[in-house]
Ligand binder design. Structure first.
Ligand SMILES: O=C([O-])CC(=O)C(=O)O
Ligand SMILES: [Mg+2]
Length: 231
């Protein structure tokens, strides 16, 4: 399966079903906490590109903070379909990207950005059309709190470890990280479960009671399995 097909299916199945399949495998801390979409209703999925900020220190900022720093490098090299994930220690009180960087990511074809820090130039970032999930807006530049330190390493974003190449899925329920090694099995299981839940939802919409249906007893299961359209 290509990354594009995988991303489309992950997006379609959604974060709730994926989160259940991950929990069954012992992955309990895979939801990026504290982030919200700048524009409600946006959803995306794709492999992660990572960028890490460390706490501000004048000497370290002098070493790496200026010029074509790791933040600029990340936005200048993010690939088509990729999700740029930023570690900013959950601090909303400074920007981690603004409209110029968002425009660059958009131009590169990035699927979206997830930052556990803030966004500046918020209205202009929204206008770029690039889907961004962050934990707030703030007018300050990153140097108020951070040094842009490195790219392409395992980071912590909103309490979740994210490795480059992990799949990131973002929708109205939140942002979920699926380790690359198990993404296809987790997807298949989530699709199966969501298909079953959609069938149950259709029965509930018709007026059926929950007792025996959700979860399904043997009688309802037999009914479900007899449906010709079910695969
Ligand atoms: O200065 C920054 O960190 C980002 C910024 O304003 C932009 O991308 O427009
Ligand atoms: Mg700006």
């Amino acid at each position: 399966m290509t990354d594009e097909t995988l991303a489309g299916r992950l997006c379609a199945v959604g974060t709730p079903g994926l989160s259940t399949a991950l929990r069954r495998r012992g992955y309990h801390d895979v939801v990026v906490e504290g982030v919200r979409p700048l524009t409600p209703g946006q959803r995306f999925a794709g492999p992660a590109r990572t960028l890490r900020f460390v706490p501000f220190r004048p000497d370290l900022f002098a070493e790496r903070g200026g010029g074509f720093n790791p933040q600029k490098q990340a936005f200048d090299t993010v690939g088509a379909g990729e999700v740029l994930v930023i570690e900013a220690r959950g601090l909303p009180e400074t920007g981690t990207l603004g409209d110029i960087l968002a425009l660059r990511a958009r131009h590169r074809g990035a699927a979206g950005v997830v930052s556990d820090g803030g966004v500046r130039d918020t209205e202009a970032v929204v206008a770029t059309g690039l889907p961004v999930f962050a934990n707030g807006s703030h007018p300050s530049v990153l140097g108020r709190r951070h040094v842009p330190w490195e790219t392409g390493v395992v980071i912590a974003c909103g309490g979740v470890a994210v490795a480059p190449g992990d799949f990131v899925v973002a929708d109205a329920d939140g942002v979920l990280v699926v380790p690359a090694a198990i993404v296809t099995e987790v997807l298949a299981e989530a699709e199966r479960d969501e298909g079953r839940d959609a069938w149950i939802a259709a029965r509930v919409a018709e007026g059926e009671a929950l007792d025996g249906l959700f979860p399904m007893n043997e009688a309802w299961r037999a009914c479900y399995e007899a449906e010709p359209q079910r695969t």
